[in-house]
Design a protein around this ligand. Structure first.
Ligand SMILES: Nc1nc2c(c(=O)[nH]1)N(C=O)[C@@H](CNc1ccc(C(=O)N[C@@H](CCC(=O)O)C(=O)O)cc1)CN2
Ligand SMILES: Nc1ncnc2c1ncn2[C@@H]1O[C@H](COP(=O)(O)OP(=O)(O)OP(=O)(O)O)[C@@H](O)[C@H]1O
Length: 178
């Protein structure tokens, strides 16, 4: 299967999950992330704002921000992605229809992130990742100032035995599924 075919197959499966299954699976995934040692230690956590074919991060964002965790969410700016402090009041629709922080949001420097929760189209248990094919996370995580622990999250069917690897691919420290 080519990367393109694998992406299409995963998207189909991800969108085939019922809303209640998605809520339950997302609840389990982010509860597990919360129990990780890296989460316990992290002052600032990078979290994505989910698309329909991804585990739903909205409850985790609400819960973690309500319990005082400093959260940062990505904004796509042309070819690059940057993280900004999460404040539900500044969020608005951005590139690809993904909710993103508005112009008033405070930039979170790459070195400030202690943990990043990373979306992906497919992962291996060893931490290899395939994304949506634009390299935003690979470019972001490859910056020398990034010291964050990287946790990939996906549905169980997105965990595969093998992925084509390229030199620029950045590996996850662990992968959490439902
Ligand atoms: N939730 C989330 N946010 C994220 C990412 C992600 O994978 N998930 N990204 C990780 O890199 C970046 C955005 N990357 C993207 C790369 C390609 C497409 C894309 O191909 N979109 C389709 C149409 C939209 C759709 O799929 O409905 C397209 O443009 O053809 C979307 C986002 C930054 N933010
Ligand atoms: N560190 C990097 N510096 C410059 N270009 C990069 C880097 N990492 C990836 N790219 C470029 O990004 C493009 C997409 O790469 P790839 O298909 O591996 O993305 P992906 O991991 O699936 O996507 P994403 O990270 O957006 O979810 C490639 O053309 C690659 O050359």
């Amino acid at each position: 299967m080519t990367k393109k075919e694998l992406r299409a197959a995963m998207r189909r499966k991800n969108l085939g999950i019922t809303p209640s299954e998605r809520a339950a699976a997302s609840g389990r995934i982010f509860a597990r992330a919360e129990l990780s040692e890296a989460f316990g230690r992290a002052r600032t956590v990078g979290v994505f704002c989910s698309l329909a074919d991804e585990p739903d991060t909205s409850e985790a964002l609400a819960r973690w921000s309500a319990t005082g965790r400093r959260l940062a969410v990505p904004r796509v700016e042309g070819d690059v992605m940057r993280f900004y402090e999460y404040d539900p009041r500044t969020m608005r629709p951005g590139a690809f229809g993904i909710a993103e922080p508005g112009p008033e949001a405070r930039l979170c420097e790459p070195r400030e992130l202690d943990l990043v929760i990373v979306p992906g189209t497919a992962f291996t248990a060893a931490g290899a990742r395939m994304g949506r094919g634009r390299g935003y996370y690979d470019k972001y995580l490859a910056q020398p100032e990034v010291h964050a622990v990287k946790i990939g999250v996906c549905y169980a069917h997105q965990l595969v035995g093998e992925l084509p690897s390229e030199p620029h691919d950045v590996a996850m420290d662990c992968v959490i599924t439902d």
